[in-house]
Design a protein around this ligand. Structure first.
Ligand SMILES: Cc1cc2nc3c(=O)[nH]c(=O)nc-3n(C[C@H](O)[C@H](O)[C@H](O)COP(=O)(O)OP(=O)(O)OC[C@H]3O[C@@H](n4cnc5c(N)ncnc54)[C@H](O)[C@@H]3O)c2cc1C
Length: 512
């Protein structure tokens, strides 16, 4: 028996309304306050899928939260005609997208197994910035932030590489307050381990050394190394930007192309970075965040991670002739070559690569792919970099992968889904209509950045409009990753709330 909720009355009392920017406009800012919100919300729901924002407000501090449903108010309860039938799900790839999908679908009540090609032994990793649209997903899942050593971003500094002079500073200290979730950097190894621990905590099996070698869309069978032919009700393809399967799902050849830039990257011990006096004055007693050095040839992006112990360094430069054939993420390079790319920069900047052993320097050649409008076929769905491989300019690739995953939790949760092949196909179609406009827009916005590539700028808006009709930032603000408009577009997005609205619309017969 479920309750059909037509009107949900929520009564909250808290001491911290004054600091809740989301609610402030509608209530008087005073320290003790009782308020009532009446929301029109018609969906068949369970308490665990109440709009997350309400639950977040409730988690802010001392809050009394009382929910009145229409049953309390005398309405009749209606029997649920849909029985929740769970699926056997196979996930190909255990990156951020695959692990996230496993957490989401298990929380939605399905039985999940992950098949990963690698053995996870070669994780050298660099760092990754996770913006509020994605940290709110991790928080919802119970991710252990403190164990993963987050560094909260408080500022962005754009610095002349030849003399260390700060040209521009952007204050990020209000981001958590404004968007209701943290913006933090992690070492990739720490983030991956944290999500993996969530997966293991849910009892999900990860098969390592189990690469998918072939798939049959008609039968839903995947040939997996060491496992043979595996059949599942639903397959999630999260095999990353070099996916061998994406073209058979999209039924078009979507080439990944090199943009002419490469990135030398390493994780520098902060204690060694600040041994150089120029660096000590830049990093000591400063709020953490981006310190990005530039000249006409390079962009050196740095930010601290692992609780401030390490400084992530990434030098974007024109691809050198000897880097043109490098395809992977772990290409080798040398101190000499990195110093050549840093020619003309200050001594403090040139000190950075010297803080690590040469074996820890890596080079990666930057690639991107245009968006695809088809992301599912048969019982297969592509998520993450498999379908929206983008440039790292706006720090949104991992965040989009987590948004993809979180959508699965709502779309395939017991309140909105019961399994049979026909329902699956329809739901995957809705998933595509829901996710593609946002992920394609994110991909296209990420494809321009002044120091990396401005290729095709004039056509960007037209390109976006073929996927997305909603509000859009003006150009050229769209290529400034840290502008207020861009932050609003990316960080304010609450995927759980939006996915619930999409399901609600579907039940009311409104097409997306
Ligand atoms: C330089 C750089 C900086 C970035 N910075 C940020 C940032 O700050 N913030 C952000 O949000 N994003 C950032 N990104 C993007 C982000 O790293 C990616 O979008 C994200 O890691 C994609 O995750 P994924 O799980 O889709 O793919 P992947 O991480 O590539 O995972 C794919 C997995 O599938 C496995 N696999 C491959 N083939 C098979 C097969 N046949 N069978 C089984 N398993 C297979 C692989 O071994 C791998 O484990 C950055 C990217 C780059 C390149």
């Amino acid at each position: 028996m479920r309750i059909r909720v037509e009107n949900l009355k929520i009564e909250l009392s808290t001491e911290r309304w004054a600091s809740s920017s989301t609610l402030q406009p509608s209530i008087a800012p005073q320290s003790h306050l009782h308020c009532s919100l009446s929301m029109k919300w018609s969906a068949v729901c369970q308490p665990d899928i109440l709009p997350r924002k309400i639950l977040y407000w409730a988690s802010l501090s001392t809050v009394a939260l009382t929910l009145y449903t229409n049953s309390d108010m005398g309405s009749e309860q209606v029997p649920d005609s849909r029985s929740a039938v769970s699926m056997n799900v196979g996930i190909i790839g255990a990156g951020i997208a695959g692990l996230g999908a496993a957490v989401a679908l298990t929380r939605a009540g399905h039985h999940v197994e992950i098949f990963e090609k690698s053995s996870f032994k070669n994780e050298i990793g660099a760092a990754i910035l996770i913006t509020p649209n994605a940290t709110r997903i991790l928080r919802e899942w119970g991710f252990d932030f403190e164990r993963a050593g987050p560094v909260d971003f408080k500022q962005f500094r754009f610095i002349k590489a030849h003399n260390g002079e700060v040209e521009h500073r952007e204050d990020f200290s209000g981001v958590e307050q404004e968007f209701g979730s943290r913006m933090c950097a992690f070492s990739r190894v720490d983030l991956h381990r944290g999500i993996r621990e969530l997966v293991e905590g849910l009892g999900i099996e990860i098969y390592l050394g189990a690469g998918a070698e072939d798939l049959d869309i008609e039968t839903g069978i995947v040939d997996i190394k060491g496992q043979g032919k595996v059949k599942k009700d639903f397959w999630v393809l999260a095999d990353g930007c070099h996916s061998r399967f994406v073209s058979s799902i999209a039924q078009e050849n979507i080439p990944t192309h090199k943009v002419g830039k490469s990135v030398c990257r390493w994780l520098a011990p902060m204690s060694k970075v600040i041994e150089h006096p120029e660096n000590a004055s830049l990093w000591n007693n400063q709020p953490p965040g981006f310190c990005t050095f530039f000249n006409e040839k390079i962009l050196l992006v740095t930010y601290p991670c692992r609780g401030g112990e390490l400084l992530n360094c990434a030098v974007f430069h024109d691809t050198r002739p000897d880097e043109r054939e490098k395809d992977g993420w772990h290409g080798e390079t040398t101190h000499e070559k990195v110093l050549e790319t840093l020619e003309g920069t200050s001594d403090g900047v040139r000190h950075l690569p010297m803080t690590v052993d040469q074996s820890n320097l890596r080079v990666y050649t930057v690639t991107q792919r245009p968006p695809s409008s088809t992301i599912h076929r048969g019982n297969f769905l592509c998520i993450g970099d498999t379908t929206h491989h983008m440039l790292p300019t706006h720090a949104q690739g991992g965040a989009s992968s987590l948004e993809d995953a979180a959508t699965l939790e709502i779309f395939f949760g017991p309140s909105f889904y019961s399994h049979n092949p026909e329902n699956l196909e329809k739901r995957l179609d809705t998933y595509q209509k829901f996710r593609c406009p946002r992920s394609a827009t994110t991909q296209i916005l990420s494809s321009t950045f002044p120091h990396i590539t401005m290729e095709g700028l004039a056509k960007k808006e037209e390109e976006i409009r073929s996927f997305y009709q909603g509000e859009l930032v003006d150009w050229p603000k769209g290529c400034g990753p840290w502008s207020k408009e861009i932050r609003d577009f990316f960080y304010a997005f609450d995927v759980f709330e939006e996915a619930e609205k999409a399901m609600d619309a579907e039940y009311r017969g409104v097409s997306l």
